[in-house]
Structure formats: C-alpha cells, structure tokens
Design a protein. Structure first.
Length: 511
C-alpha cells in the first residue's frame, strides 16, 4: 500500500525580528528586458529555495510554494510554515511538481498537488487533495488520481490546472529518447502517458470526456510495441504529446495552451481543443517523421482519426534553448491593455522569457510577434496570483519573482469570489489552476546542465535517455524538475525567506 508522509515544520522566529534583515535580499534571478523593464516593477518574493517547482498565491494573502524534493513552504502574515511530502526524486524529473487550489477554497480549504509518490513505477504519479488549515498546517492527504500514470524515469509531465470544476493534468511519454522517435505511448490511447487528462474534482471520469464509451481505439501493449485496437483510458482529454510539462487552459475559450518539450530539434507551443491529436511522435514542431511503424497518414491514421493540431509557435535548439516552459495569457485585472493580449512563456535551458501577441479569437498567436521579456536561470512555472501579479518560478536560482505593472489601469480589481484567486489563484478567473509543476526533458544538443541530479547529456543520434529506466536525459531535464494586493506580512517575508529558521516538527503519515 502506498504511503504518503507529511512532516510539517514551522517557524518559531517572530515576524518582528525579520525587519532589520530585509536589506540583505539578493538580486533578482529573472531580469526584465526590453519593454518589460520599462513597464513593470519586480521584486524577489522568495529566495534560497531548493528547486522550487510551482507557486499558488491565494486571495487571503497566503502563498504556497512547492519544491521538487517534497518541501512545501507556506507564507502568511504570521511567518513561514513548512510541510513535506515524501516523493520519489531518484529519477531527476520526478518529485513534487505543482499545486492548485479548489474553486471553493474559501469554504473547503482544499489544495491539490501533483506528486511522484507511488511505490510502483506503473503507478508513480498521483494527484493529492489536502486541506490547508487556518493555522497554515496541512491535513491528511486524499489520493484523487491514483493508478496508471507510468513514471520510470524522465518525461513525467507535472502540469496541474483546474478550470470549470475539472482537474487537468499533464503526463509525459516516459522518455526512451531517440531521433527519429520510437516511443509510441503519446499516440496509444490505452495509456495515460503523453497525454493531458481531465477528471472531476473527486477524481472520477467526466462523461463528457472525448473517449468515454469508445472501443477499439489505437493502443499498444508497451512503448515499443505495435499499434493495435484496444479500449481507451477514458480519463484522456488530449493526446499526441512528448512531455507537456507546462500547459494552461484559457478560461475564456476553454482552449489548451501547451508547451510540449521537444526531442533534438524543436520546442513548440500548441493551442487547441480536447479530443485531438497534437502530433507527437509523428511530428516535432515543424519537423515531420515517417517511420515504418507509424500510420501512413500520421494523426489521421489513428483511431479516432483527427488532423494533427498545427503548431502555434516553434523554435530551434540553439543559443541554449532546448526546453519550453509553457505559460499563460497576461490578461490579469489592472494590467495595461497592451500587455493583456500577450502570451508569456520561456525556456528552461537558456532561461529566456518571451511574449507572443495573441490573435483576436484567442485561438493562436500572431506571426512575427515574438518579443523578449527577460532572462532567468532555470524557469519552472508562470502563474498569476489572486493579487493579479505575475509570478515566475526559477528552479535553478531557487527563487520566485513577483512582477506588477508600473502603470496599472483603473479597473476595479477586487479579489475573485471563492478565495482561490482565480484559476488556482493563477489566471484571474473563477476556479483554480495555472500551469503546472516541473519535470520536462529534451534530447537537444549542447544542453545546459539542469538543476538537480547531474548534468544533461549532449548531442547526436540518440538524445538523452535511451532507456526510460535511466534518469539521464539530454537537453532540458528540469531535474525534478512593487505594487498592490499582497498582505503586508507576506510582502515582509519576501526578502527573508532564505533565512535559517528555527523549526519544530510533528510527523504524520497516510496510507
């Protein structure tokens, strides 16, 4: 029986003692550039973290930060509280990968975590529901999504979103990196790997899911076995991904915005609906593959047949770029209109951050609209909090940056109902979400070292891990991998989070 253990640790250092220490804050890990440097204020909310993967900023002013090794930092007016979930981190992209809040957090106080906690490789990844108390202590976890999320080594996914009372989660294809690709799982609809799943808040399968009631869909017995008719996993919502580590659901359109980490050639952003094939392993960005085992008509040769979702934006592996980190549209309340129609994303390998102009229908981006936003070290997550600030998590630097517009508009930006700060406190609309946890990889050439367990491997023929039982992964393996709104106590904690706190523990375990 799987066991999940919480070992809460909380600060006993009075908040007043922090005041003389605030001046010691280090420089920001992500440096704004271009128009962004003129348009936004920037501050280091948190530093000194151990591979942070995600952040949730709630409407009540509290911030919840996940770290790959299982530590959870909770910042509030009264100080810092720490908890811990026992997770598997021997495979470098696994661990505690993301956090979102329940749409009804104000009344039920539920948080959801994506965590690599399973004792069996076949059921490695879980979605946990945990109650956050008024005392900033986490309650006993309930497993919401349990079986069938294979996690032998790399390509673990880790994205977590809640939109319209559905939980969306991304699962990678387990690796077996090769060029041309040989891993079939992204297109095998009996497997959750290489997919985005959608479940209800209690973990049940929504009857509206696209594969409910279907039989004889394209499946396979293992990652390198022939495609054949099989019954589907009805939790699957969208398929054809390599490692959709960070994705987002647009609450205005319901469309998925997916950053799918590439193999050795291209990184891509795709925009589309559920029930569709997003191209992998038949296509990597604009690069098409035609291997003997692949259906003659690529995505149209899969059952159910769909055209491959076209790539909205892709870019090559050069200048250190090798691992896309999907983001979101910057349409938070109070932001200048010129920025509200831009999609922000970045690359873990180079640390660069960009924006793209979104088209009028919010179905894609405008060609030629790529603009530089800033530079970091190892990007892990983009979130918008309940305070309408942008948060950028940098796992290599161990920091979270908070970014707000210098010239806010005159909009009434009262906190959204429900106390969860929008999509996971992350998108400024009802519900919970944002774009999930860390654990991406790419078999690119000349990859920068990744945070966590050792360097990434380099170029040539077979990229990164040739066997998913190995955690070595070329290219990008995230080795899990100013103004207004926040409470005064949380703002004071921003510079002092890296201090060595006095802590006391109480242990708790769940079976």
């Amino acid at each position: 029986m799987n066991r999940i253990r919480f070992a809460p640790r909380f600060s006993t250092l009075p908040l007043a003692l922090l005041l003389p220490l605030l001046a010691a804050s280090p420089a920001a890990a992500v440096e704004l550039a271009g128009e962004a440097a003129d348009a936004f204020n920037q501050e280091t909310l948190v530093d000194g973290l151990a591979e942070p993967t995600d952040i949730l900023v709630l409407a009540d002013g509290r911030a919840v930060i996940t770290q790959r090794g299982g530590d959870i930092a909770i910042l509030a007016d009264g100080g810092q509280t720490d908890d811990h979930i026992n997770v598997h981190t021997d495979a470098g992209e696994q661990g505690l990968l993301s956090v979102v809040a329940d749409p009804n957090f104000a009344t039920n106080h539920y948080l959801y975590f994506y965590a690599s906690t399973g004792d069996e490789v076949e059921n490695r990844h879980k979605v946990l529901r945990v109650e956050l108390g008024a005392d900033n202590q986490l309650g006993e976890p309930t497993i919401i999504v349990d079986e069938g999320l294979l996690g032998p080594a790399n390509h673990n996914g880790g994205g977590l979103i809640i939109d319209d009372n559905y939980i969306y989660l991304s699962v990678g294809d387990t690796g077996h990196n090769a060029t041309p690709p040989n891993n079939r799982l992204g297109t095998c609809l009996n497997s959750t790997n290489g997919k985005i799943l959608r479940v209800a808040l209690d973990g049940s399968t929504p009857p509206e899911n696209p594969l409910v009631g279907q039989t004889g869909v394209t499946g396979c017995a293992s990652w390198d076995q022939d495609l054949q008719p099989m019954d589907p996993d009805e939790r699957i919502y969208a398929w054809g991904f390599r490692n959709p580590f960070r994705f987002w659901v647009d609450p205005m359109t319901g469309l998925l915005w997916v950053g799918d980490v590439g193999e050795g050639a291209r990184e891509e952003i795709s925009v589309g609906e559920g029930g569709l094939h997003y191209g992998w392993p038949f296509r990597e960005g604009a690069v098409e593959y035609d291997e003997a085992w692949m259906p003659a008509n690529a995505c149209m040769g899969v059952t159910p047949a769909t055209e491959c979702v076209p790539v909205a934006h892709d870019y090559p592996h050069e200048n250190g770029d090798n691992c896309v980190i999907g983001g979101l549209i910057l349409d938070a309340c109070g932001w200048p209109d010129v920025w509200k129609g831009r999609y922000i994303f970045g690359d873990h390998g180079s640390g660069r951050v960009w924006t793209l102009n979104v088209n009028a229908g919010r179905t894609g981006v405008e060609n030629g609209s790529l603009q530089e936003f800033g530079d970091g070290d190892g990007l892990a997550s983009f979130r918008i909090g309940a305070d309408n600030a942008l948060y950028i998590v940098d796992d290599k630097a161990g920091t979270v940056q908070r970014i707000t517009p210098k010239m806010a508009t005159g909009e009434d930006c009262g906190l959204p109902p429900g106390g969860s700060g929008g999509t996971g406190g992350m998108t400024g609309t009802s519900g919970s979400g944002g774009n999930g946890g860390t654990g991406m990889s790419s078999g690119g050439t000349g990859a920068a070292p990744t945070a966590g367990s050792g360097p990434s491997s380099g170029s040539g023929g077979t990229n990164g891990a040739t066997d998913a039982q190995s955690s070595e992964d070329g290219g990008c393996g995230c080795r899990a991998v100013g103004s207004g709104g926040m409470s005064a106590g949380l703002a004071l904690l921003a510079s002092a989070f890296g201090l060595a706190w006095a802590r006391r523990r109480r242990g708790r375990s769940v079976r």
